[in-house]
Design a protein around this ligand. Structure first.
Ligand SMILES: N[C@@H](CCC(=O)N[C@@H](CS)C(=O)NCC(=O)O)C(=O)O
Length: 211
């Protein structure tokens, strides 16, 4: 049996990996990293990019959520966590890449950490405002593109878990997520899953489900 370890931070983007691990039912060690004031420098020996999530499988270190989610899905191929058909798999990567690159790195990156985009503090409010606009555009697009309670096909995939991360962040930052009805529906159904409840309870974070 493989030795699996996930480095995570409560409520961070690593929550998607945590949910997917719970979904597969594999045994793994979860190591919490406090990223409140940026990732601690000593973490550089594990991930020189100083970011979580990090997954290690028998000593092979994997970084970047889309790669980590793919690796986790391979523990339970029968669950088709990256989609069932060739086209669904393609759609899964289309979603993961966009969520990781545009909504996470560009939009939330600028909103939460504007100093990554400019060394001049006088520009930071402008960067935050533009980033917030991009976040809202992304949420609008998510809500338009969803046609069921699953983002890809007719069953749960890694995309649903990843989408939940950004819904929670929107609620956390008071962005009024109820105005996205299809996205909200997906989340309401998602939190009924045992894997999601186990991951949230383990991380000790709020569900952020609208009533
Ligand atoms: N491209 C990476 C981004 C990971 C990332 O930015 N993670 C955040 C947490 S959500 C982090 O580690 N932040 C710590 C920091 O910025 O110092 C991925 O998709 O996994």
């Amino acid at each position: 049996m493989a030795v699996i370890k996930l480095w995570y931070s409560p409520g961070a983007c690593s929550l998607a990996s945590q949910i997917l691990l719970k979904e597969t039912g594999v045994d793994y060690e979860a190591a919490m990293v406090d990223i409140g004031h940026g990732t601690p420098e000593e973490f550089r020996t594990i991930n020189p990019k100083l970011r979580i999530p990090v997954l290690s499988i028998d000593g092979q270190v994997i970084t970047e959520s889309p790669a980590i989610l793919t690796a986790i899905s391979q523990f339970s191929p029968e669950k088709h966590l990256m989609g069932k058909t060739n086209l669904e798999i393609v759609r899964t990567y289309e979603w993961l890449n966009w969520l990781s690159g545009t909504l996470h790195a560009q939009a939330f990156g600028g909103f939460i950490r504007p100093h990554r985009f400019s060394d001049d503090p006088s520009t930071h409010e402008l960067i935050r405002a533009k980033s917030l606009k991009t976040i809202r555009e992304c949420y609008d697009k998510i809500d338009q593109d969803l046609s069921s309670v699953h983002a890809v096909g007719d069953s749960f995939t890694a995309v649903d878990a990843y989408l939940y991360v950004f819904y929670r962040w929107g609620e956390h930052h008071g962005m009024g997520m109820k105005k996205y009805p299809k996205y909200t529906n997906l989340v309401v159904e998602l939190v009924k899953r045992q894997s999601v409840q186990e991951a949230l309870d383990m991380e000790g974070v709020l569900y952020y489900v609208p009533r």
